[in-house]
Design a protein around this ligand. Structure first.
Ligand code: JFH
Length: 245
């Protein structure tokens, strides 16, 4: 899978890509991430990428021309790329979207803004999609681009390594994760639940499923509602509801 990031802070994204799982995925050739400095596509001698907003108001707006020049220069064929613009006003990114993007056959190009906004003609005439990673305001599109690349990459076969599967994740099954424990079995008098020490794998699976459902119903009722469950799951849900009374 090929990702590209356009930014005025290339060193910021390179730092994140140069460590841990994404670094290994890049070394293994499972993903490639190319980082481009938007300033290289500014046309004036000061390499200006921002300007004052028409109509007035606070902050600066990113000029359209550098974004158009880099896109037309590096990704000229529409069918071969998908241009994503991180923005707090985009539709929300979630695990379902991550899965869809991981199956996208085209290169994913992130145009990262800074300041107060990007000129609307970029989002309207250049971007395929605006995308938000959550309802809070960041200082630019770099973290959202990295968040999306991170979440998409770990769904690509081989990125997590053979022993770990993203299919077992919370969210991939639509529920929040169950509680995890490691050694020691008694930490300062706080014990690991007995069922996890029992060696009974059916009972362990049932306990985990129940705790996942419980937590999801408590914290994320909308997620629990959406969860398409079997008649067996329905029964667990009913039992949890009775226990909650
Ligand atoms: C970004 C920034 C917008 C405008 C009322 C609330 C926001 C500052 C480029 C994505 C998510 C981002 C994000 C992505 C790209 C950029 C800063 C944007 C406004 C009006 C102010 C610049 C922010 N999910 N959060 N943040 N900014 N205001």
């Amino acid at each position: 899978m090929k990702f590209s990031i356009v930014t005025i802070f290339p060193e910021m994204v390179e730092a994140y890509l140069g460590a841990s799982i994404l670094k290994r995925a890049i070394q293994k050739g499972l993903i490639t991430v190319s980082v481009h400095n938007l300033r290289d596509f500014a046309t004036d001698k000061h390499k200006t990428v921002d300007d004052y907003p028409y109509g007035g108001g606070v902050g600066m707006v990113m000029k359209p021309e550098p974004f158009f020049r880099i896109t037309e220069g590096l990704w000229p064929v529409r069918e071969e790329r998908k241009i994503l613009v991180p923005s707090p006003k985009g539709p929300l990114f979630d695990q379902e979207k991550a899965l869809a993007l991981s199956q996208d056959k085209t290169e994913l190009v992130f145009l990262c803004g800074r300041y107060e906004a990007i000129d609307e003609r970029v989002t309207e005439h250049l971007a395929d999609e605006e995308i938000s990673i959550g309802d809070y305001v960041l200082t630019g599109g770099e973290l959202p681009a990295l968040v999306i690349i991170d979440a998409v990459s770990r769904l690509i076969p081989g990125v997590l390594g053979d022993s770990r599967s993203s299919e077992e994740d919370s969210f991939s099954c639509g529920l929040l994760d169950y509680p995890h424990y490691t050694r020691p079995e008694d930490f300062r008098g706080i014990r690991v639940p007995d069922v996890l020490l029992s060696g009974n794998h059916r009972e362990i699976a049932a306990w985990r499923k129940k705790r996942s459902l419980q937590l999801t119903m408590e914290r994320r009722p909308a997620l629990a509602e959406r969860y398409a469950s079997s008649p067996e799951d329905r029964e667990i849900i009913e039992r949890i509801k009775e226990e909650q009374q």
